[in-house]
Ligand binder design. Structure first.
Ligand code: F6P
Length: 328
């Protein structure tokens, strides 16, 4: 990084997450504070390739801290995966006089950012924004806390109807390959079982647990299941499998889907996003590039983008124990 940082571009990419707007606001306001320019890029890397830019001042981001989604919009760009696509994007940035880039997103977003540094020696800093909480180098990703609260609120409602009908519910939650949402929402909503890719309990244990619950007088049960095939069966296959073996169980399946990504961000996500936005701009001003800003033990921590991509955020074993003990 040789030239002084005078203009920063900012984009949000991958699955949107509540609190991304708070991060956008924070980056823009930090730029204003440090008297540098900020350019918003629409639709993530797609917009970078098409030159879909807009200069953003502090006032452009008024009244967005409380809004879900992302005002910059988001996309998963196939063209940015090609050298030609990235070259177009780089040219657009240089033509616009931009000399650093902040990207908000998950693994895929950071992979694009890292390529950009390697190919063009262009400064990039990442901010972790995904409801999945699956990014190494931060205790929490932006959007995760809000998504958890949304899931718990919905499971509470499902529990009302499950209890009224003495039903067994299989509820699928998001998380792609990670069980953070399922495990924590499972504990928070008092689920009987939680199925996550990080710890396959197996069908025998699931059946045993459901039977034990019945024997102990439980009339309804909630099983929270992480999306994807990683746990062996889809949530519908699980429902069918249990129904076939235990015809007496009254079973329903509920897939929560994209409602988990929307809604007003929690205060936790707004504060996290505000801290990370400021930290990202300060990194670039300090001539630090190729890192993701995160929060570990409530301190801002920088992690190399390559490490953030390669390593996985581990599930806390203590939580697995708590889930087991509190669901007896
Ligand atoms: O990564 C966030 C996430 O919401 C995952 O939990 C989910 O698997 C995926 O995005 C869904 O992506 P899309 O909105 O592109 O279907």
């Amino acid at each position: 990084m040789n030239e002084p940082i005078k203009k920063i571009a900012l984009l949000t990419s991958g699955g949107d997450a509540p609190g991304m707007n708070a991060a956008v606001r924070s980056v823009v306001r930090a730029c204003t504070y440090y008297r540098i320019e900020c350019v918003g890029v629409y639709r993530g890397y797609e917009g970078l390739i098409e030159g879909d830019f807009e200069a953003l001042s502090g006032r452009h981001v008024s009244n967005i801290i409380n809004k879900g989604g992302t005002i910059l919009k988001s996309a998963r760009s196939m063209e940015f995966k090609t050298v030609e696509g990235r070259a177009k994007a780089h040219k657009n940035l240089v033509d616009a006089g931009v000399n650093a880039l902040v990207v908000v997103g998950g693994d895929g977003t950071f992979t694009g950012g890292l390529k950009f540094i390697q190919e063009f020696n262009f400064p990039v800093v990442g901010i972790p924004g995904t409801i999945d909480n699956d990014i190494y180098g931060t205790d929490y990703t932006i959007g995760y806390d809000t998504a958890l609260n949304t899931v718990v609120e919905v499971i509470d409602k499902i529990r009302d109807t499950a209890g009224s009908h003495n039903r067994l519910f299989f509820i699928e939650v998001m998380g792609r390959d990670a069980g953070f949402i399922a495990l924590n929402a499972g504990i928070g909503s008092g689920a009987e079982e939680v199925l996550i890719p990080e710890k396959d309990i197996g069908l025998d244990k699931l059946e045993e647990s459901l039977k034990n619950g019945r024997d102990k007088g439980k009339t309804s049960s909630i099983v929270v299941v992480t999306e994807g095939k990683k746990i062996g069966k889809s949530v519908f296959e699980l429902g069918d499998y249990i129904k076939e073996k235990y015809p007496a169980y009254d079973i329903r399946v509920s897939v929560l889907g994209h409602m988990q990504r929307g809604g007003t961000p929690s205060c936790f996500d707004r504060v996290l996003a505000s801290r990370l936005g400021v930290a990202a701009v300060e990194c670039l001003l300090d001539r630090v590039s190729g890192v993701m800003v995160g929060v570990i033990n409530n301190e801002i921590v920088l992690t190399g983008l390559n490490k953030a991509i390669k390593l996985n955020n581990e599930i806390d074993k203590e939580l697995l124990r708590v889930a087991e003990i509190t669901s007896v």
